[in-house]
Design a binder for this molecule. Structure first.
Ligand code: ZN
Length: 203
């Protein structure tokens, strides 16, 4: 299985990092070794002094497909979850400045938290899902799927032009604004509406 991540999909987050608005989705991958095992803490790696949280809605692919037309994207997922794309921002900034790939900052061990999933039919309106991240009981990120530059169906179609989607593949759909540095002892909790989707301690 593979984890496909979308960068720069919320304009307020593009602004907070002073990035340019992309003309097509920014895509990168995380390997399966980046997944945090269930109930484990996030351990801050020694190579970074600025690990940031990026809370994101996650689509779980249920059907093999390539060159998927946007009008059929809907048939390729029926679960929506929430996760964190942990990012070594200091490393990423250096890589970006040098025009190098982002993997060291985005795909390292334990950089991918996958929370629970909700079945699509449990969600009233998938085009306007509210989700949030609390850090130490304070809401630090709050987003809505309606604010995405590229919506779920467009992302599935676009990604499938380059990568065959397989059953169980995950698409992280980008983070809203409010990313910040995490510290040892922090507690991170993610929500879709009022449903708690994950809870993780930082070590
Ligand atoms: Zn991200």
């Amino acid at each position: 299985m593979k984890i496909i991540c979308i960068g720069r999909n919320y304009s307020a987050h593009i602004k907070e990092l002073s990035n340019k608005m992309p003309s097509s989705p920014v895509i990168f991958l995380k390997p399966d070794s980046s997944i945090i095992p269930k109930n484990q803490k996030f351990i801050i790696p020694s190579f970074s002094n600025n690990i940031q949280h990026e809370v994101e809605l996650v689509l779980k692919i249920k059907k093999v497909g390539k060159h998927i037309d946007t009008s059929f994207s809907n048939k390729y997922y029926n679960e929506i979850g929430l996760g964190i794309d942990f990012t070594a921002r200091d490393i990423q900034t250096k890589l970006k400045d040098n025009g190098q790939p982002w993997e060291k900052s985005k795909a390292f061990d334990n950089s991918c938290l996958i929370g629970s999933f909700l079945s699509k039919n449990m969600i009233e309106d998938t085009s306007d899902i509210e989700f949030s991240l609390k850090k130490n009981n304070q809401t630090v990120q709050l987003g809505r799927s309606s604010e995405m530059i590229w919506k779920f169906d467009e992302l599935i179609s676009y990604v499938s032009r380059y990568f065959t989607l397989k059953i169980g593949d995950l698409i992280f759909t980008g983070t809203p604004s409010g990313v910040s540095k995490i510290n040892s002892g922090d507690l991170l909790e993610g929500f879709i509406n009022s449903n708690q989707m994950f809870s993780i301690k930082v070590k």
